[in-house]
Design a protein around this ligand. Sequence first.
Ligand SMILES: *[C@@H]1O[C@H](CO)[C@@H](O)[C@H](O)[C@H]1NC(C)=O
Ligand SMILES: *[C@@H]1O[C@H](CO)[C@@H](O)[C@H](O)[C@H]1NC(C)=O
Ligand SMILES: *[C@@H]1O[C@H](CO)[C@@H](O)[C@H](O)[C@H]1NC(C)=O
Ligand SMILES: *[C@@H]1O[C@H](CO)[C@@H](O)[C@H](O)[C@H]1NC(C)=O
Ligand SMILES: *[C@@H]1O[C@H](CO)[C@@H](O)[C@H](O)[C@H]1NC(C)=O
Ligand SMILES: *[C@@H]1O[C@H](CO)[C@@H](O)[C@H](O)[C@H]1NC(C)=O
Ligand SMILES: *[C@@H]1O[C@H](CO)[C@@H](O)[C@H](O)[C@H]1NC(C)=O
Length: 649
Amino acid sequence: MEQNLKSVRMWIITCLLFILGQAMENDRDFKMCGTWRHGNASRNLKYDLKTGCKEIEISANESTLSIQGSITATCTRSSSIPLKSNPLQNQSDFCVFWEPLLDLLIVQVIGKNHTLCESHGLQGTCCTDLSQGNHKTAALYGIVNGSTHGDIIRYGVMEVYRFRGDSINCKEKFCDEASQKHSGANMIEEAVMKSNKIGRVDLPCAQSRIIEMEEGFTGLRFTLPAPRIVAPNMIPSVYLPSCLKSQSRSTSKVVCTYYQNKTLFQRGSSDADLLGGIVGLSVENEIIKNLPEPVRISFHHSPNHSRSCVSWDTRRDNEVTWRYDGCETVKIHDTETECCCNHLTYFAILVQVEQKTTVRHLQALTFITAVGCAMSLVSCLVLFYWLCKRRGKKTQISLVHRGLVVAIFLLCLFFILTGTLANVGNEIVCKITGSLLHYALLSTLCWMAMEVFHTFLLIRKVFNSTLPTWIFYLVGFGLPVLLVSILFLIEWLGVDVDIYGERMIVPSDDVNNPYRMCWMLENDNSLLAHYIINVGLLAVVVSSGAVMLFLVVREIRNRPDWKKIHVAFLSIWGLTCLFGTTWGLGFLDFGPMSETILFLFCIINSLQGFFLMLRYYALEGMKKKDRSISDGSSSGSSKQHMLQTHEKS
Ligand SMILES: *[C@@H]1O[C@H](CO)[C@@H](O)[C@H](O)[C@H]1NC(C)=O
Ligand SMILES: *[C@@H]1O[C@H](CO)[C@@H](O)[C@H](O)[C@H]1NC(C)=O
Ligand SMILES: *[C@@H]1O[C@H](CO)[C@@H](O)[C@H](O)[C@H]1NC(C)=O
Ligand SMILES: *[C@@H]1O[C@H](CO)[C@@H](O)[C@H](O)[C@H]1NC(C)=O
Ligand SMILES: *[C@@H]1O[C@H](CO)[C@@H](O)[C@H](O)[C@H]1NC(C)=O
Ligand SMILES: *[C@@H]1O[C@H](CO)[C@@H](O)[C@H](O)[C@H]1NC(C)=O
Ligand SMILES: *[C@@H]1O[C@H](CO)[C@@H](O)[C@H](O)[C@H]1NC(C)=O
C-alpha cells in the first residue's frame, strides 16, 4: 500500500518536473522556425552578428534570408553564404537556433545546418529570454508561419521578425534549471561537451575538465577542478586508462565533472548518504562499458568505516538509484577510497547501511523462495497426515520422519513470516521471530542428524533398534530450545549484546530498498554464536553422517542384496546430506556464492518439504513392489531389513 502511494507520488512529481522542464527550456534557448517564400532565382543566407544584448532580426525577401543583430557574448561575424537548391521550389523551411549559454547560433535551411557562431566555452552573462518586438508584413516574398518553440506567431507573410533579449547570468540560471530536472547532471555534461573547449569549465553547480584523447593516448592521472571552498587535499583525482580511447576514432573527448553539491543526486526516493562529492565521467558520443582496465577515481572524505563505491544507474533516469556492481572499492586508508570501475557514469562513495554484501536478482530469488516455501508447507501437511494415518505409525522410523516434517514445516513458516514481520518495525517482534526461525533451523538440523543416526543404529543393530522415544523428542525439539534460550538469556542479561534483530539484504540494483528479515544480526556476538552453534552443529551433522555412511557401507557391502539396492541407498542418503547442508549454507553467507548456485540453492532449499514428500512416496512404491516380488522367498527377511533402511535414510 505504502509502496503504491510512493510510486503514485513519484509519478506525479515526475510529470510536474516534465511540464516545468518543458516550460523552462523555452526560457533560455531560442528556436525560431518558419517557411521562407522566395523566388526561383539564386538565393543566399546573409548574416551580421555583433556582441551585446539588444535585438535579433530575422528577415527574408525574394533572394535573401538574413539574420542580424547584437545578442552574442563573444561572436562577431558577418558574411553571406550562397544556398544551392532546386530552382523549381519557391519556398523552403528554416530554423534559427540560439543557445546563449554556449554562445552558439545555428541556422538550418534547406535541410542543412550552418553554424554562424561556434561555441567557445560556457558564458557567464548572456542574452536570453528573447521576446517578440516589432514585426513587418510583406506582400509576396518573406516568412510564412513564423513560430517560436513550435507556437505560430503569424500565419501570414512577414518580411521581418524582431526579438529583444535580456542579459542575465546564464550559468546560474542553467544550474537552477539543472537542479530542477531529474536528468540535471546529464544536462550539465552535455552542455560542457558541446561547449567545444579543452581544459577547465566552471559552473556554479559543477566543475569540469575536458580532456582530448589523441592518437596514442597512454592513460592520464589528474586532479579534478573544484571550487575554492573545497580544501585542496579533499579534491578527488582520476586515472583514465589508455583503453578508454576507442581505436575507431582519431580523437575523442572526455568530460570529467566534479559535483560538490549533492542536491542533483539526492532527489526522489533516495536517502542515500554520500561521503564527499560526486564525480561524473563521460566520453563524447560513446557509451563506455566493460573496460579491460578500470577507470580509477580516488575520493578523499571524512573517516568512516562502512563505505563502498557506487555508480549511478543510468538505466533508470527517472529515479536516483545507486548500484554497487561495476565498481570495486579499495580502501586506501580511513579517509581515502579508490573506486575501480569498468564503465563510465557518475560515481560516489556511499556510506553503507550495516550490510556489506549485495545480492543480484534479489527480487527473483525472494519470489522463488516464497513459492517454494508455500509448496513445502503444503507438502509437509500432506506428508504429516499420511505418516499419522498409515500402519506402523508407532514405530520409531515414523516418529523420526514426523519430527523432521514438523521441523521443516516450522522452518518454512517462520521463513515466510520473517520477511513480513520485519516490515512491522517492532524490535521485540523481530527479535522473537528471528529466534523462532533460528529454533526451526536448529530443530531441522537435529532431526536430520537423527534420521542419519537412527539408520545407522538399525543397520549396525547396536541397540537392537530400541531407544526410548523421549530421547528423540529431547534432541529434536529440546536441544534447540536450550540453545536458543541460552542466546536469549545472554542478550537479556548482557549489556549491549544484540543477537537477534532486523537484518537487511541489499539488492545490488537498488541500494535504497533493502530486503528486511528477522534473523541473527551481523555484529561480533551474533557472528560468534552463529559460528559456534549453527556452523558447529552443521559440521557435526555432516561429518558424523559421512563417518556413519562409510561404516554402514563397509558393513552391508558383503550382504547378498547389496548389488541390487546400493544405488538407491547411496542416492537417498546423499540427498539427505545435501538437504541438510543447503539450509545451513544459506545462512552462512550470502556473499561469495555465484548467481547460479544461489538460484539452485534457493530452489532446492525452499522445496525441501516437497522433496521430502516425493522421496517418501517413491520409497513406499519401491517397498510395495519389492514386497510382492520377494513374497515367500527365503531371503525375504534380509530384503525387508534393507528396505527399512531406505525408508529411514
Ligand atoms: C521563375 O519565375 C518566373 C516568374 O516569377 C518565371 O517566368 C520563370 O519561368 C521561372 N523560372 C524557372 C526556372 O522556373
Ligand atoms: C533582400 O534583402 C537584402 C538584405 O536584407 C538586400 O540586400 C537585398 O537587396 C534585398 N533584395 C530584394 C530583391 O529586395
Ligand atoms: C509556388 O509554386 C507553386 C507550384 O509549385 C505555385 O502553385 C504557387 O503559386 C507558387 N507561389 C508563389 C508565391 O510563387
Ligand atoms: C541542426 O542543428 C539543430 C540544433 O542543434 C539540430 O537539432 C538538428 O538536428 C541539426 N540538423 C542537421 C541536419 O544536422
Ligand atoms: C502554414 O500553416 C497552415 C496551418 O498549419 C498550413 O495549412 C499551411 O500549409 C502552412 N503554410 C506553409 C507555407 O507551410
Ligand atoms: C546546493 O544546491 C542547492 C540548489 O541549487 C542549494 O539550495 C544548496 O544551498 C546548495 N548547497 C550547498 C552546500 O552549496
Ligand atoms: C559514517 O557516516 C554515517 C552517516 O554519515 C554516520 O552516521 C556514522 O556515524 C559514520 N561512522 C563513522 C565511524 O564515522
